[in-house]
Design a protein around this ligand. Structure first.
Ligand code: GLP
Length: 227
């Protein structure tokens, strides 16, 4: 499918997730937050309400979350509101990094991630792996860069966005059997080009994904991994 608009991007990613669930009803999904995946979640929620998707055996893992925020402002709540509450997912199959001291062991115990959907931060972060994050990194707590806090200001109104977060690490994400990175808008074109046309670098954590055999990069600005 040739993708030119945000709606087409959302539909393509939602279709990939729906196909994954149809093929593997008990699959483990890594799920992102932020603005980019909202259209995808809208479609998955609609299809679920229409009974076209069965989440009863699916296991969902949030990529990351803020630390020290009111529950209403957590990514766990974001995913509940944008997705989980519109599906028939079992509450016992919803996981997030703030619920355990060893998220990687929890993921491994569930059989590992089958598909992880990612966005990309303007500074090249994936989940909350900020520039400078080691390749050999697992779930960890991190300070957020000012640019990241600024990018997420809208979610916090006039309050200052959190300074700390907990995130799946680079190795946690790379352990996923499939990765779908989605990016929307000309504003993300330069960082996507840097991540996948430039060198692998700690300064652009998304570039670590170049090593992943099962990576797909979907954008609405004409970027393609193969060209
Ligand atoms: C946040 C999230 C990332 C997300 C990124 C981009 O920092 N931790 O998972 O990919 O921002 O968000 P957006 O899609 O709003 O540009």
């Amino acid at each position: 499918m040739h993708i030119e608009t945000y709606d087409q991007l959302s539909e393509q990613v939602a279709t990939l997730v729906a196909q994954q669930i149809a093929t593997e009803p008990d699959c483990c999904l890594g799920l992102p937050t932020g603005q980019t995946p909202i259209g995808t979640y809208k479609l998955l929620s609609t299809w679920s309400r229409e009974g076209r998707l069965n989440w009863s055996k699916v296991r969902c893992f949030a990529l990351d979350d803020y630390l020290d925020v009111p529950p209403a402002l957590s990514f766990h709540t974001f995913l509940s509101e944008h997705l989980y509450q519109h599906t028939n997912i079992d509450a016992g199959n919803i996981f997030h990094p703030g619920m355990t001291d060893n998220y990687d062991a929890l993921i491994e115990g569930q059989g590992g991630l089958d598909m992880t959907v990612l966005g990309i931060g303007g500074n090249g972060h994936i989940a909350f792996n900020e520039p400078g994050t080691q390749f050999l990194s697992w779930t960890h707590c991190t300070w957020l860069e000012d640019s990241t806090r600024k990018a997420n200001q809208a979610s916090f109104g006039t309050s200052r966005p959190p300074q700390k977060a907990v995130t799946m690490g680079v190795k946690t994400i790379l352990s996923s059997r499939r990765i779908v990175l989605m990016a929307s808008g000309e504003k993300k074109k330069a960082i996507v080009e840097a991540a996948f046309r430039g060198p692998v670098s700690r300064q652009v954590p998304a570039s670590y994904l170049q090593a992943h055999e099962g990576l797909e990069v979907l954008t609405d600005f004409g970027f393609s991994l193969t060209r």
